[in-house]
Design a protein. Structure first.
Length: 500
């Protein structure tokens, strides 16, 4: 069995330690790679043509592994359902188990009598520690272990600047990565798989308790999304048809449809970055989309690579400032203002629309993510970690690398971060990127009747206009939580302290 053409992982594997007869079963351990196509671990096992069982472990017990937030748990349930159905169509059982992976994986491998266990790498220091422990235990039991890098275009740590080490700015990282970039053809889903006839018993998806019941808050998520590999491919196809051309300009407009919304599919590995990049590059080469749009989109995929490289270098990315000057930053403790921000009741329509889009659909447009994050950390001077936590719990694409790196980028404490003095004005951002107020009207319907010139600053409307639009400021919609100009001055003074 070979892993030719595929980037292999850093984990100890055992190409030379095969045991068992050729017909001994194999075990595929699924993690953040819930797909059948372009899945190197699955491709390797399919090539061997041994009877196969698949395993997913809900591991909430291993030390340091951050439990998924609520929206991501909901997504995981849908994704596992889709994966189980796809595998079942090919005769392969998906065994669900709960517990610490370094106990559960070897246990299932033993029950199955698996000669080989294969998986694709995950990111994160704690996850990698678990994977090393699992691999070591399996090897000690004389099983063969195969692991691959399938979540990223470049394995973490592999992109280096001229003087070695990870490049410190995104543009130098991107330049170095492009030099190393390989446009390999993604692997097709295996045509033929042999499932084991008698898999070890598993638990039910319901017993994982991933979906909310009392109350069932997931209605908005259900209306907005379909999880699973087929849905991910359909979303990519729709984006290639109707979103990519015009991406470079349109990607900043939350009122338009120019972004891919592939992030939750990427987060759970229902689609690989290589599949996306390959589709985009082919379309550009064929002249089907302008090069400028393809290049801009590819650059965004590289922001994801940048975040993962950063996470590999800084395992504590979600808790510790990258720039230590921020360790003494005078963050304010104000639960009332944080709650108003959570609920989308800050009195700034673009900020409120973003936070309500997040609550209703589990996702927020990138431009608006930047504005709401800037508002929290700069207008309210609330610690970026509080915002990161909220996003972690409410985003369907909540991602250990992208979320933390982006929050630090906006707050100013990150690598190659937005400068501290860049304080987004939520009114002018709204006027520029949601000029007709379409986005605000969708998520803040109580402002729906305001004319476009006033929709991003309702407090400037006269009494007659407000009455005509059915708005009572302070009652049906809040007055601004802070004055922009005063908040900006306060933030600049606070940020001065990081420069001493
Ligand atoms: C405060 C804040 C928090 C964020 N948290 C997350 C998160 O938890 N998970 C997450 O995937 N992204 C996060 N992002 C990055 C970005 O907002 C999302 O990736 C993007 O909005 C997803 O929508 P899309 O798939 O339509 O993006 P597209 O514009 O279609 O881009 C395609 C893909 O490129 C990647 N990408 C795009 N923009 C960025 C970016 N700025 N940084 C890193 N990767 C990017 C994503 O994987 C995305 O799916 C965050 C950004 C901010 C400002």
């Amino acid at each position: 069995m070979k892993a030719a053409r595929l980037p292999t992982s850093q984990l100890p594997t055992s190409e030379s330690r095969a045991s068992g007869s050729p017909a001994s079963p194999s075990l595929l351990w699924f993690r953040d790679d819930l797909r059948l196509s372009d899945n190197p671990a699955l491709a390797a096992l399919a090539e061997a043509r041994t009877p196969l069982a698949a395993l997913y472990v809900l591991d909430e017990d291993s030390p340091g592994v951050r439990p998924l937030g609520g929206a991501a748990r909901w997504w995981l349930a849908q994704s596992l359902r889709a994966l189980a159905a796809d595998l079942k169509d090919r005769g392969v059982p998906l065994i669900l188990r709960r517990g610490p992976a370094n106990r559960v994986v070897p246990e299932v491998a033993a029950l199955l009598g698996a000669a080989t266990v294969a998986f694709n790498d995950r990111a994160g220091a704690a996850e990698t520690r678990v994977d090393h422990a699992v691999a070591a235990r399996l090897l000690s039991e004389d099983r063969r272990v195969l692991s691959f890098c399938a979540h990223l275009l470049h394995p973490p740590g592999s992109v280096e600047g001229a003087s070695g080490g990870m490049p410190r700015t995104f543009s130098s990282f991107h330049r170095a990565a492009l030099k190393a970039r390989r446009l390999d053809t993604p692997l097709p889903a295996p045509k033929h798989l042999d499932g084991v006839a008698h898999p070890p018993e598993g638990e039910t998806l319901e017993s994982f308790d991933l979906e909310p019941t009392h109350p069932d808050w997931a209605g908005g998520l259900r209306s907005a999304w379909t999880a699973g590999e087929a849905a991910a491919q359909a979303r990519l196809a729709a984006f290639m048809d109707a979103g990519l051309a015009g991406y470079a300009e349109g990607r900043d407009r939350p009122d338009l449809n120019h972004v891919s919304r592939l992030s939750p599919h990427l987060r759970f590995g229902e689609i690989s970055p290589r599949q996306i990049l390959s589709a985009v590059r082919h379309a550009a080469e064929a002249g089907a989309v302008p090069l400028v749009d393809a290049d801009k989109f590819e650059a965004e995929l590289y922001w994801r690579e940048f975040s993962y490289h950063l996470l590999a270098e800084m395992p504590d990315l979600a808790r510790s400032n990258i720039q230590h000057g921020f360790d003494a930053f005078p963050w304010r403790e104000c639960p009332g203002e944080l709650k108003a921000w959570h609920k989308g009741l800050t009195g700034y329509p673009l900020v409120d629309a973003g936070l309500r889009q997040l609550w209703q659909t589990g996702w927020m447009h990138n431009r608006v993510r930047m504005v709401v994050a800037s508002f929290l950390t700069k207008h309210l001077l609330i610690d970026w970690r509080s915002g990161e936590d909220w996003f972690w719990d409410t985003l369907v694409d909540a991602d250990g690398a992208n979320n933390a790196a982006s929050w630090q980028w906006v707050a100013g404490s990150g690598l190659d971060a937005a400068p501290y003095f860049r304080i987004f004005n939520p009114v002018t951002q709204g006027e520029k990127f949601d000029p007709d107020g379409t986005y605000v009207r969708t998520f803040v319907p109580e402002l729906g009747k305001l004319p476009a010139p006033l929709i991003h600053k309702p407090w400037t409307a006269d009494a007659h206009t407000l009455a005509h639009a059915g708005i009572r400021l302070g009652h049906t919609y809040p007055r601004p939580l802070v004055d922009h100009g005063a908040a900006r001055e306060r933030a600049l003074r606070a940020f001065e302290s990081t420069r001493k």
